[in-house]
Design a protein around this ligand. Structure first.
Ligand code: OOG
Ligand code: MG
Length: 263
């Protein structure tokens, strides 16, 4: 495609939203805009969020990406990313995957925070961050890149809202002080077969470190994590393909089980 000119932030945001709407994977933005830098990629991401809100979606939180070594290795990227969550991305627990809304979905287990207090960087530590958390849930994020074959650079992925698709929040709500999040384990099963396993330590050493990082990244832009927001701390394992008819289950030690039917 030749539909984007370097420097055209609004156009880049729109073609990514169009690809999502029409379920059509496309080539990376950086193929047409090779010197796209990370700051501008975040500007594209923010412009796309503005358009989502304009069409009636509600901002409900943020998600971290590439917080685990497994994902950083595969992407050959060593720094996490931040992206937006809206109410249109919520898939109720137990609902089958709406395949008509997705291109090539992959699922990953995540530890999710529900925020009680506002949290704004700079200088937020994991300990401070955890005190602002109201409850903790297990979750499954269904990522879905708008780029063909999930082939992209860090800048492409950031512009594309870090491959956001849908997510399922587990039904169990646990107080943060009742958990040892570094040791909270998750077994990821597909059709009853164990596919992968990890503990919370896979997420930046501790999921609260990921939360602090999100607060500090937002703080640098004059933004904050707001009370009531959800924070997806990033895939604990690598993501697995969700084929039609498949059954994905994330079994957490304390946070319970979250399942997803492939639709
Ligand atoms: C980017 C999305 C990353 C996570 O939890 O690491 C993400 C990608 O790998 O496509 O959501
Ligand atoms: Mg994720």
């Amino acid at each position: 495609s030749t539909d984007i000119r370097p420097g055209d932030v609004a156009r880049a945001a729109q073609v990514l939203l169009d690809a999502e709407r029409s379920r059509t994977a496309r080539g990376p933005i950086t193929a047409l805009w090779p010197d796209l830098d990370l700051t501008t990629a975040y500007t594209i991401q923010f412009e796309a969020l503005r358009r989502r809100l304009d069409r009636g979606e509600r901002l409900i939180g943020v998600k971290l990406g590439l917080t685990s070594r497994a994902k950083q290795r595969r992407m050959r990227i060593d720094y996490p990313s931040l992206a937006w969550l809206t109410d249109a991305m919520v898939l109720p627990a137990g609902a089958p995957l709406p395949r008509e809304r997705l291109i090539h979905p992959r699922a990953e287990p995540e530890i999710v925070f529900v925020m009680g207090d506002r949290l704004a960087g700079p200088g937020v530590t994991a300990a401070t961050a955890l005190r602002a958390v109201s409850s903790v849930h297990g979750g499954i994020e269904i990522i879905d890149s708008r780029y063909r074959d999930f082939k992209f650079t860090m800048q492409d992925a950031v512009a594309d809202n870090s491959s956001s698709g849908l997510f399922v929040l587990g039904p169990l709500s646990v107080a943060p002080e009742r958990l040892d999040l570094a040791h909270e384990a998750c077994l990821l099963e597909v059709d009853g077969q164990v596919e992968d396993a990890a503990t919370g330590a896979a997420v930046q050493g501790h999921p609260a470190e990921a939360l602090a990082l999100a607060a500090n990244l937002l703080g640098a832009r004059g933004l904050a994590i707001e009370p009531g927001w959800l924070v997806l701390t990033g895939g604990m394992t690598d993501a697995v393909h969700v084929t039609p008819g498949a059954r994905v289950a994330a079994h957490f030690t304390t946070l319970g089980t979250v399942t997803l039917a492939g639709g």
